[in-house]
Write a protein that binds this ligand. Structure first.
Ligand SMILES: Cc1ncc(COP(=O)(O)O)c(C=O)c1O
Length: 366
């Protein structure tokens, strides 16, 4: 065989559909309300801002590669052993590391129909095969997941609750899923939005991790803690998984500013409560108002809603997106998630929430 004349990516790389982040620009002269990335409208804790400012004068020093103080802060806040926590450059880094660590070429990773898109990307990046299973009523379906398990299955990714649907799997269902999975299959419970969930039958996955050898729970500082820009996440995992991931991660994968911001954010429970209270007030309001306009809204337990538009061109999601963007309300197109005619809207400030409802009222009249 002729040698290629330039470096060639390994098989499968060019088939990956690169992740498209939410838009973040409004037309010139129009005030931007960014509602496309599920960021916290209240911003980060003032303590986190202070911590990053303080760190700015010490940027010449490498961070602590094990993020020990941050792991301790997370452990204290959640009642977990810091030795079973690994911090990361956003939780998506952990998702990628898990795929790299546990998938051999051709191994299968199960994802759900409307699941978070990063899973597919990272499975493919690890030369694995993403196996997509149907959801039922925009919810992950335990039986469908179990029916897709084969000899080659090594990972199941479950966002609980899920983005972009905002739906969740009750804890007894997660347990049923876990109980029926082969022991060599890793169940990744991605609880990026756990803090927002106000349901008695929901658990983030901590107990399941503590009591088994094949479950991990990922978490992020990007949502309730308002630190998406600084990139910090973490995973709670059994010791043997921690030992494997620590070999695969970069030696300084969490930067010094992220460590300091994370520690401060973990210590500011009042700020977290504020974010939860804001969501508790505005999530039902936005859901009700949009429903009153005749739009179907998938019931959400998160800090965003999935809004479905009528099929016609005039009132399509694309037309609504263009109209809202022209007014500065930037929502998220979700065609890549299997929802060509829906938009995902982050619960924003009061001004943004009221603005979107008023704008859609006008839009639907036209
Ligand atoms: C379900 C889910 N998991 C993980 C992430 C990644 O968050 P980060 O990498 O910012 O921690 C997101 C971000 O949108 C998400 O929606």
């Amino acid at each position: 065989m002729n040698k290629p004349l330039r470096p060639v990516p390994k098989p499968g790389v060019m088939e990956i559909e690169a992740y498209v982040p939410g838009k973040s620009a409004a037309p010139e002269g129009v005030k931007l309300h960014k509602l496309s990335s599920n960021e916290n409208p209240l911003g980060p804790s003032p303590a986190a801002i202070e911590a990053v400012k303080k760190l700015a004068g010490k940027m010449e020093s490498y961070p602590d590669g094990s993020a020990r103080r941050l792991r301790q802060a997370i452990g204290a806040a959640h009642g977990l052993n810091p030795a079973n926590i690994i911090c990361s450059n956003g939780s998506d880094e952990i998702i990628g590391l898990l795929a790299q660590t546990y998938l051999e070429p051709g191994d299968e990773g199960i994802i759900t129909e409307h699941g978070f898109l990063c899973y597919r990307i990272y499975i493919q990046a690890a030369s694995g095969v993403p196996v997509t299973v149907k959801e039922t009523g925009e919810r992950a379906d335990v039986d469908a997941i179990l029916a897709a398990v084969t000899e080659r299955t090594r990972i199941v990714f479950l966002a609980n609750p899920n983005n972009p649907t905002g739906t969740y799997m009750p804890h007894d269902e997660v347990r049923r899923l876990h109980a029926a999975l082969p022991k060599n299959v890793l169940l990744v419970v991605d609880a990026a939005y756990a803090e927002y969930v106000r349901r008695n039958d929901y658990e983030s996955g901590i107990e399941l991790v503590s009591s088994s050898e094949n479950v991990v729970m990922t978490r992020t500082f990007s949502k309730i803690h308002g630190l998406g820009g600084i990139r910090v996440g973490w995973v709670y995992a059994p010791t043997h998984i921690v030992e494997a991931l620590n070999r695969m991660r970069g030696p300084f994968n969490v930067n010094a500013a992220a460590i300091e911001a994370g520690i401060a954010a973990m210590g500011d429970r009042a700020h977290v409560e504020k974010g939860i209270a804001h969501n508790d007030q505005w999530l039902p309001w936005v859901t009700d108002e949009l429903t009153k306009l005749g739009l179907r809204v998938t019931p959400s337990v998160c800090n965003f809603v999935l809004v479905h538009f009528p099929g016609s061109n005039k009132h399509s999601a694309a037309a609504a997106d263009a109209y809202l963007t022209s007014l500065g309300y930037v929502l998220r197109r979700v065609s890549g998630y299997g929802f060509p005619n829906a938009l995902r809207m982050t619960i924003g400030t009061e001004e943004a929430n009221r603005g979107v409802v008023a704008a859609l009222t006008e839009f639907l009249k036209s």
